[in-house]
Design a binder for this molecule. Structure first.
Ligand SMILES: Nc1ncnc2c1ncn2[C@@H]1O[C@H](COP(=O)(O)OP(=O)(O)O)[C@@H](O)[C@H]1O
Ligand SMILES: [Mg+2]
Length: 305
């Protein structure tokens, strides 16, 4: 079982029931972070984490200082995808130093907290109902409380870009938007009608509260070895219309690339190792477009308390 035993107890005691103190801690911890980009989606398995890792690597390879916050606390993927072996944070006085990934990436993830063998992480339901199996001390925390505690204690340091890899669902986007000033949100979607419809609903609500920069349509087709044409993987759900009607661009269309999945399972960086492939170039183009969009925007204001 994972336990968050290394949270700083004095900070916990101070922040318990003291919302202003927690807000101030989060503000202080993010004061050296120039830009925050969240990666979100309506549904799961659409490629958020792999895009988070490859965008982080793209910026790091250009010499930027990059942090990744793996906010999928139940199913963390970032340390695994980055090939971080037995990643550990470094406890500091009143804070957590992020673990070090390749190319200087600073990583905060529920996977870096010690607690024995990899095991499920469970939280209290936000309504206070426990989800089995729950064991102390997690039994005392909801997902939102755990995320807030992580933000209040993590020393991200001075970084040009922090990428937040969210769990799927609009709720997770709303939660993070209420805790940190988001400069941009990238929405991931499959092309299918099922996913395009879910993305439409998410976008219609998200765009009022969060700065959605655009959509990445992922796994649009498969160009198998020897095939003459690209074979669609999903029925066409008209994500382009969803984007157009909500006045956001489709920033990238990525095919199904088995070497991308293979790299993520091996903990290798696709964008570095396969830079000259069509998908490698599409990912680099996406990073360049994001950089252009983000650098043209004024810095986001802190969320209303
Ligand atoms: N374009 C793609 N081609 C091949 N595999 C992909 C592609 N996009 C994502 N994957 C793989 O699909 C799986 C799900 O992606 P992941 O990033 O974990 O999704 P999410 O974070 O949205 O749940 C991972 O194994 C990932 O490597
Ligand atoms: Mg994920």
């Amino acid at each position: 079982m994972r336990v968050f035993t290394d949270f700083d107890p004095s900070a916990d005691a101070k922040s318990a029931g003291d919302a202003a103190y927690t807000t101030e801690r989060i503000r202080a911890n993010l004061s050296g972070v120039a830009t925050i980009l969240a990666i979100a989606s309506a549904r799961g398995g659409v490629g958020k984490s792999i895009i988070a890792v490859n965008m982080a690597a793209a910026f790091a390879l250009k010499g930027r200082k990059v942090a990744i916050l793996d906010a999928d606390l139940n199913s963390p993927s970032i340390p695994f995808m980055l090939g971080m072996k037995a990643p550990r944070h470094f406890p500091m006085i009143e804070g957590i130093e992020p673990a070090s990934g390749p190319h200087g990436l600073r990583v905060i993830s529920s996977d870096i907290f010690p607690g024995g063998e990899p095991a499920p992480i469970t939280f209290l339901g936000d309504d206070g109902d426990s989800v089995e199996p729950v064991r102390p001390p997690l039994a005392e925390m909801s997902y939102n409380q755990a995320l807030q505690r992580i933000l209040a204690q993590s020393r991200f340091g001075t970084v040009d870009l922090m990428i937040i890899d969210l769990a799927s669902g609009l709720d997770r986007l709303h939660t993070i938007a209420s805790m940190v000033p988001l400069d941009g949100v990238l929405l991931l979607s499959h092309p299918s009608g099922l996913d395009a419809t879910a993305t439409r609903h998410t976008l219609e609500v998200a765009k009022f509260k969060s700065p959605v920069l655009g959509i990445v349509e992922n796994m649009v087709g498969f160009n198998c070895d020897g095939c003459r044409s690209v074979r669609p993987l999903f029925p066409e759900g008209n994500l382009s219309a969803v984007a157009r009607e909500n006045a956001v661009p489709i920033l990238a269309r990525l095919g199904f690339e088995p070497r991308l999945a293979d790299s993520s399972d091996r903990g290798a960086l696709f964008i570095r190792d396969y830079a000259t492939t069509p998908t490698g170039k599409a990912l680099s183009d996406l990073a360049a477009r994001l950089e252009t969009i983000l650098s043209a925007r004024p810095r986001a204001a802190a969320p209303a308390a």
